[in-house]
Design a binder for this molecule. Structure first.
Ligand code: ACO
Length: 351
């Protein structure tokens, strides 16, 4: 069962209007195509491990746990501080957790869902009683914005040069969607059947590995990264947005139906579908497929954009804070993202 939640988002707010200072775009285009109105970005030098640690600390406090109470740590991120080691070691150290097992997951938008499933599996196998799961992302390093980042943040009022503006505009269809953020949960063994995680299913289709792909900075290159890759923007994701949309709208609802059947409940018994916040139009598609109204498939993408592995724990934390998760509430977490990885997990809040 989930005994504590926390989140951390940076203070720097960048509105759609702010983005028009560095690229050709408009609030109208971004809002109508994605639902995003603003997003947050860390200051340069702050990594996803620090943001994840902040969210984790809040979740521990919420759960009333000290560092000694955690048996295992799982961190999901597609934007780790370093190529190696992974963030889990950094967060373990930052929080002063003991010499526990810690895992780094590389499942992008589905990373937190995979983490929750792994936490439940470790508990079910008797390998842990209390597991800390963290999803954290700092996306700025992907953006080819260079010095114009400061213009978007309002920290510089210089006019971007023509070539800078053109470069920013060439990646606008995906940069406008993403934001930085982290969320965390403390998961503990429950003692009642039919509460906590009821069922879960996870999927991968590696033939779709290039739906969203960062083609550079990896072991196919010697060295991993060089000036040519940077010049060609190979450190920047390429995304097939239209295909992603079609797959996400089909596969998330299918996973929700399938996992509900596995849990032995009808989808009418699901109170909340906490779905990955990639795009409001995808969420509308999920609602349509599941024949559910807005409030059952909530969205907070307007405030934070797509925080990749951060979206599920941040949204769940906000719903808990708003009093929408009460004893007996049935929540279905679902996500679809790069890999392609997707799945769904049914959770009943203990009575
Ligand atoms: N501002 C203004 N115009 C833009 C922008 C922008 N930010 N981005 C693209 N455009 C223009 C393009 O230049 C193009 O113009 P043209 O027709 O004159 O050539 C037009 O809008 C359409 O461009 P597309 O790239 O085809 O944009 P699309 O309509 O596919 O919308 C979007 C892009 C919103 C990302 C869409 O593909 C989508 O909803 N995809 C779903 C996937 C998604 O949201 N991924 C992000 C997260 S990934 C994940 O979490 C799994």
């Amino acid at each position: 069962m989930i005994i504590g939640t926390g989140m951390a988002v940076p203070d720097n707010v960048v509105t759609n209007e702010d983005l028009t200072r560095i690229m050709d775009t408009s609030d109208e285009w971004i809002t109508s195509r994605t639902g995003v109105r603003e997003r947050r970005f860390v200051d340069e030098g702050v990594g996803s491990a620090a943001l994840g640690s902040e969210a984790a600390r809040a979740a521990l406090a919420d759960a009333g746990c000290g560092p000694g109470d955690i048996d295992a740590l799982i961190n999901a991120t597609m934007t780790p501080d370093f190529q190696a080691p992974g963030n889990a070691a950094l967060i373990q150290h930052e929080l002063g957790l003991g010499p526990i097992a810690s895992f780094d997951l590389r499942q992008q938008c589905s990373g937190f869902l995979y983490g929750l499933d792994l936490a439940d599996s470790l508990i079910a196998a008797g390998r842990a009683d209390t597991v800390l799961v963290v999803g954290s992302e700092v996306h700025g390093g992907y953006f080819p914005w260079g010095e114009t980042f400061d213009v978007a943040l309002g920290k510089s009022d210089r006019q971007p040069r023509g070539e800078e503006r053109a470069r920013n505009t060439s990646s606008r269809s995906w940069t406008v969607v993403f934001g930085d953020g982290a969320g965390a949960m403390v998961v503990r063994r429950g003692d009642t059947l039919n509460e906590g995680v009821l069922a879960s299913e996870l999927h991968t289709d590696g033939s779709q590995f290039d739906l969203i792909l960062v083609p550079g900075v990896g072991s196919r290159h010697r060295p991993f990264v060089d000036q040519r890759q940077l010049n060609d923007d190979l450190h920047v994701p390429v995304m097939d947005g239209a295909s992603l949309y079609r797959q996400a709208v089909r596969l998330m609802p299918a996973a929700v139906r399938s996992v509900a059947a596995r849990a032995g409940i009808g989808i009418e018994e699901i109170d909340l579908v906490v779905a990955h916040q990639a795009n409001d139009r995808i969420l509308e598609g999920v609602r349509r497929q599941l024949d559910m109204r807005d409030e059952r498939v909530p969205s907070n993408i307007a405030k934070y954009g797509n925080t990749t592995s951060g979206t599920l724990p941040i949204l769940f934390h906000e719903l808990r804070r708003a009093g929408r998760v009460t004893p007996g509430t049935v929540v279905c977490f679902t996500a679809f993202g790069a890999g392609a990885h997707w799945g769904a997990l049914i959770y009943r809040e203990p009575r």
